[in-house]
Structure formats: structure tokens, C-alpha cells
Design a protein around this ligand. Structure first.
Ligand code: GLP
Length: 246
């Protein structure tokens, strides 16, 4: 894993956006794996700004998102469909029909998981996958558990994740209890991975991801097995990492 340390959230966002834009310039028809949460917001702002200035072209890009809440449709303001539309898709020139997320409204869980796994495969895989990191070390919605799950699957969210994500809802009761997510196998198949981490409350999780044992209790630790992972962390998030990492 290669570590890039940024001064603060803004610097982290710019550095990560630079890496994504380099990917888009090198391969204009890239399949980008995208993430939600508050971490990528600054990255999406930066990408949208570069598009607005004419420096970046999404005209041949395809996007696939990591996850979606079960039960929420694209018009639900708390859905990840809505989040992506608001924070990125509506601000750049992505083609209609080339941005994909799991369908939270599909009640046929197994079918939906198979459909999304197949869809990613049919796109030829992901060129660059952007990831955030949960406080408990989760990636996508792969929550700490006793085993890794390879493909797209449905998960029960942990209390800690429900608590962390309730800020996007009016109360924690409203946070859906389940989600569809790419599995760790789906994520590891991406050609390159970009992990963006910000803030002191992520420092312990980042340390475990980079230096702890590879175990399903810290799902992000599986990234140690990938040959091409770039971690962009701000000073606060990198605070627990040993000197030799810097
Ligand atoms: C959610 C998302 C993850 C994201 C995590 C961290 O659980 N499913 O993909 O990485 O939140 O979010 P934040 O960046 O807001 O800390």
C-alpha cells in the first residue's frame, strides 16, 4: 500500500481528485468505482470544478457505486442514488445510463446481488475504485464479521454504522437496517484502489487496515492483499501510523 499524507481535508480532497483525474486522462473510457459518505464530498466538488473549467471530461466514463440502502429508491433523499446525483452526476457530463448503483428497491435480494455482480463483470471490471473508511474499518458496507463475503451481498448494518450514518437522516430509527454492497472480492478485483481517509476518528481504523492482521473483523485490512492501493490520508487520520510509513 502506498501512503500519501495530506495536510488537511481540503488537501486530501485535492490530492485524491488529482489521482482520479489522472486516471480519466490516461483512460478516458475508464470504469470508476465510486463511494458515498462525507469523505468523498470534497473530491466530488473538486472534480466538478475541473469539469466546469473545461479541464476534465466525463463523456466516456462509466461509474459503479459500492453500495445502496435496501428499501430506498433513487428519489429518496437519503438514498445513495440521490447522493450521487446531487454531489456528482448532475454536475458533470456523464452519459445518461452509464452510472450504476445497486437497486435498493429490488425486494429480490439474491437476484439483485447477482445482477449487480454480473453488471460489474460485464463492464470489464473497475479501473479505479474510490473507497472511504468506516470508523469500524468497514469498506463499502462490508461490516466487521466472522467471514469475508466475496460478491455483492445484502448486509445487516452494525449499530455503530447506523449511529455514524444517522446524521444524514432525521433520527437513527430512520436509518435503513440493511444495505446492498459490493463484496471484498468485488473490490479486490478493481485494477487500482484509492482509499481516502480524513480525521482523527479514523486514525485507529486506518492503522488496523494498514498494519493489523488481515481479518474480517476489520474488513478494510483485506486491502493489504491488493497490489495497487493508494491511501490518501490527512495528518489527523495518519496520526497512528508508524514513522517508517511517512
Ligand atoms: C458509509 C459508506 C461507506 C463510507 C462510510 C464512511 O457507511 N457505505 O462507503 O466509507 O460511510 O463515511 P464517512 O466518509 O462519512 O465517514
Amino acid at each position: 500500500m502506498k501512503l500519501i499524507i495530506a495536510k488537511d481535508y481540503r488537501d486530501m480532497s485535492r490530492k485524491a481528485a488529482n489521482i482520479i483525474s489522472a486516471q480519466m486522462i490516461l483512460k478516458p473510457e475508464s470504469v470508476l468505482g465510486l463511494a458515498t459518505g462525507s469523505t468523498p464530498l470534497g473530491i466530488y466538488d473538486q472534480l466538478a470544478e475541473w469539469y466546469r473549467k473545461g479541464d476534465l471530461d466525463f463523456g466516456q466514463i462509466t461509474t459503479v457505486n459500492l453500495d445502496e440502502y435496501v428499501g430506498l429508491g433513487p428519489d429518496d433523499e437519503q438514498s445513495y442514488h440521490y447522493f450521487m446525483k446531487k454531489n456528482l452526476f448532475s454536475r458533470v457530463n456523464l452519459r445518461e445510463g452509464y452510472s450504476f448503483l445497486p437497486d435498493g428497491r429490488n425486494p429480490e435480494g439474491e437476484l439483485e446481488c447477482r445482477r449487480y455482480t454480473e453488471l460489474i463483470r460485464s463492464l470489464g471490471g473497475i479501473d479505479l475504485q474510490l473507497l472511504g473508511l468506516g470508523h469500524n474499518g468497514h469498506i463499502g458496507f462490508n461490516e466487521p464479521s466472522d467471514a469475508f463475503v466475496r460478491d455483492v451481498h445484502m448486509v445487516d448494518l452494525t449499530e455503530r454504522t447506523i449511529e455514524a450514518n444517522k446524521r444524514f437522516f432525521t433520527s437513527s430509527e430512520e436509518v435503513p437496517r440493511r444495505a446492498y454492497t459490493m463484496g471484498v472480492g468485488t473490490i479486490l478485483l478493481a485494477k487500482k484502489i484509492l482509499l481516502a481517509v480524513s480525521g482523527s476518528q479514523k486514525a485507529e481504523a486506518l492503522y488496523q487496515v494498514m498494519h493489523g492482521p488481515i481479518c474480517p473483523q476489520v474488513p478494510g485490512s483485506v486491502l493489504q492483499l491488493h497490489p495497487d492501493v493508494l491511501v490518501v490520508a490527512d495528518e489527523e487520520a495518519a496520526a497512528r501510523l508508524p514513522k517508517e510509513d511517512r
